[in-house]
Write a protein of this length. Structure first.
Length: 160
C-alpha cells in the first residue's frame, strides 16, 4: 500500500517497529477449546445466566470449522448458540445454522419464500433472547448483536 501511495510511508515505519504475526484461527485449532470456554464464561456472566459446557461433539465441530471470520465469528457463533441451545450442554447440532435445522425438520414440505423463513427465524430468535434474559431488552439486544432501537422496531414488527 505504501508503494501504491495508499498508505503514508512515515506512518508505516512508525507502526512497524515490532511486527506481530497472528495466524488465523483455522491454523490454530488447538486454541479453539481454550478460547471457546473463556468466551462462554464471559457470555454467561454478561447475560447473568448459568454457564453452559461444550460436549466433545461440539468441540469437534468447532475445531473442524474453517472460521473465515476468525475470533469474532467464533464469538458471535458462541453467543447465538448459547442463547438458543436448550440445557447446560452445547451439542454439535446446536451450532448448525437455523435454516439447516428447519430443513431437517421439514424434509418433504413445499418450498417457502426465503423472506418468510428469515422473518420466522428472526422472530423466534428475538423471543428466545428475551426469554433467556428475562425480558431485559438491553441484554437481549446485546446478545443478538443489534441496537436496542433495532430490537424495539423488530418487536413491533413481529408483535412481541
Amino acid at each position: 500500500m505504501v508503494d501504491a501511495g495508499e498508505f503514508r510511508a512515515d506512518l508505516y515505519y512508525r507502526l512497524n517497529v515490532l511486527p506481530i504475526v497472528v495466524p488465523p484461527l483455522r491454523d490454530r485449532a488447538d486454541d479453539i477449546e481454550l478460547l471457546a470456554n473463556m468466551m462462554i464464561e464471559r457470555i454467561a456472566q454478561g447475560l447473568g445466566m448459568s454457564r453452559k459446557w461444550l460436549t466433545d461433539s461440539a468441540l469437534g465441530y468447532l475445531r473442524d470449522y474453517d472460521w473465515p471470520g476468525n475470533v469474532r465469528e467464533l464469538q458471535n457463533t458462541l453467543e447465538r448458540t448459547f442463547i438458543f441451545a436448550q440445557g447446560s450442554m452445547l451439542q454439535a447440532d446446536d451450532f448448525l445454522p437455523s435454516t439447516e435445522r428447519m430443513n431437517e425438520n421439514r424434509k418433504d414440505s413445499a418450498v417457502e419464500p426465503l423472506q418468510d423463513i428469515i422473518a420466522r427465524a428472526e422472530r423466534d430468535g428475538i423471543q428466545k433472547a428475551l426469554e433467556a434474559t428475562n425480558n431485559n431488552r438491553t441484554q437481549a439486544a446485546r446478545a443478538l448483536g443489534i441496537s436496542r432501537a433495532s430490537l424495539y422496531e423488530k418487536m413491533t414488527r413481529y408483535g412481541l
